[in-house]
Design a protein around this ligand. Structure first.
Ligand SMILES: Cc1cc2nc3c(=O)[nH]c(=O)nc-3n(C[C@H](O)[C@H](O)[C@H](O)COP(=O)(O)OP(=O)(O)OC[C@H]3O[C@@H](n4cnc5c(N)ncnc54)[C@H](O)[C@@H]3O)c2cc1C
Ligand code: FES
Length: 345
């Protein structure tokens, strides 16, 4: 028979809240049942949005993706709360502040309309949405993401806006088209300007960290540019003085996009430098030749600067960046990371 235990959540700002959880339900489901909306997205152990550290108590962990919760993290007490079934009272530390917890579903889900849909490179589409209804505001911290529902289904996919929080209701998404992918196929075949889409969010903890005047280096692979662009655009809005460099990498020239947008940003932001890198490029390619990681390594060696690193891209690029940073004496704690994990992986 199922027993009931108390879950205590401790937030980054040392606030706490407690609720009941049956041993046969996961922590996220139990919280929602009691109108507590902790950070979560896929709710099937695939995206790592609900990750926390269990400081006390015992639990059973359901099936999780090894990308979302690597073995070493599981061994060290990290848990995915959407897969965590308490067998005693438990205490879990989460890496976000109390204000990120919502106590009503309203405000989390809203309708938006497609206002622009464009193929912007061989494998990337731009999806521009505008929130509909009386309250147009879209509030989020740069680096966070939203879940978009495929119309006519209950399937959702996570995407990070490339623009910044605003009152007009604008959301700009940069979406890599994956062959046979559900959202990708919807965008290619069925999506039309004027169509309505349900949006849930924001979620996630990727974002700018206050660290004095330390330079910020942003490393983006493909559509990993979206949250990075949002953060750098935010820095511009706030007139932040730190030097920043965007390392934007793709495999071929046909895959590059948003060069005009990046140039525009750099022209209005004297603190920003761009490194647009194409790995397999022709002799005519006018920017950086090689992988973002090679170019990053070259710059770090040449300048001796030890910046904060903001990283979003495919797993190979993420691993290679960690290796270069280790070689250059930049500690793991200075690397802030978002992984675009496939849903349900
Ligand atoms: C927090 C978060 C933020 C994200 N933000 C963005 C974003 O801004 N832009 C963006 O393009 N994507 C982003 N993603 C990825 C996105 O949510 C989808 O996973 C992706 O677009 C594929 O969705 P789909 O429905 O087209 O394919 P699915 O139907 O989910 O997958 C179809 C097949 O393709 C595989 N697959 C899916 N994604 C990949 C991949 N990246 N590489 C290799 N194989 C894959 C799947 O394993 C599956 O076999 C984000 C993911 C997360 C977790
Ligand atoms: S919400 Fe738990 S892993 Fe995605």
């Amino acid at each position: 028979m199922a027993s009931t235990h108390q879950v205590t959540i401790i937030t980054q700002d040392n606030e706490s809240l407690s609720f009941d959880c049956r041993s046969d339900e996961d922590v996220i489901t139990a919280a929602v049942r009691q109108d507590i909306y902790l950070m979560s997205s896929c709710r099937e152990g695939g995206c790592a949005t609900c990750k926390g550290f269990c400081a006390d108590g015992d639990y059973i962990l359901g099936k999780c993706s090894s990308q979302a919760l690597p073995y070493e993290e599981e061994e060290a007490g990290q848990v995915l709360l959407c897969r965590c079934y308490p067998s005693t009272n438990i205490e879990v530390e989460v890496p976000y502040t109390y204000e990120r917890i919502s106590f009503s579903p309203e405000g989390l889900v809203f309708a938006a309309q497609i206002v622009e849909l464009a193929q912007i490179s061989s494998n990337v589409m731009k999806l521009q949405l505008q929130r509909t209804g009386d309250d147009k505001q879209v509030k989020f911290d740069s680096g966070q993401f939203f879940d978009l529902e495929i119309p006519g289904t209950s399937s959702t996919r996570s995407y990070s806006p490339a623009n910044t929080t605003n009152k007009q209701g604008d959301l700009e998404f940069l979406i890599r088209i994956v062959d046979g992918g559900k959202f990708s196929e919807f965008l290619k075949k069925d999506a039309t300007v004027g169509q309505s889409i349900n949006v849930k969010g924001p979620s996630g903890i990727f974002g700018l960290k206050e660290n004095g005047f330390t330079p910020r280096y942003f490393i983006a692979g493909g559509t990993g540019l979206a949250p990075i662009l949002s953060m750098v655009r935010r820095m511009k809005e706030w007139d932040e003085p730190q030097k920043c460099v965007i390392y934007f990498g793709v495999n071929t020239e046909a895959e590059i996009f948003h060069l005009a947008e990046l140039d525009l940003l750099a022209a209005s932001m004297p603190t920003l430098e761009l490194r647009n890198c194409v790995w397999k490029c022709s002799d005519d390619w006018h920017c950086e030749k090689g992988s973002v990681v090679d170019i990053l390594r070259r710059d770090l060696l040449a300048t001796g600067v030890k910046p904060d690193i903001y990283l979003c891209g495919p797993p190979g690029m993420v691993d290679a960046t960690f290796a270069v940073c280790a070689e250059m004496g930049i500690s793991k704690e200075r690397i802030y990371l978002e992984k675009f994990l496939p849903s349900g992986s």
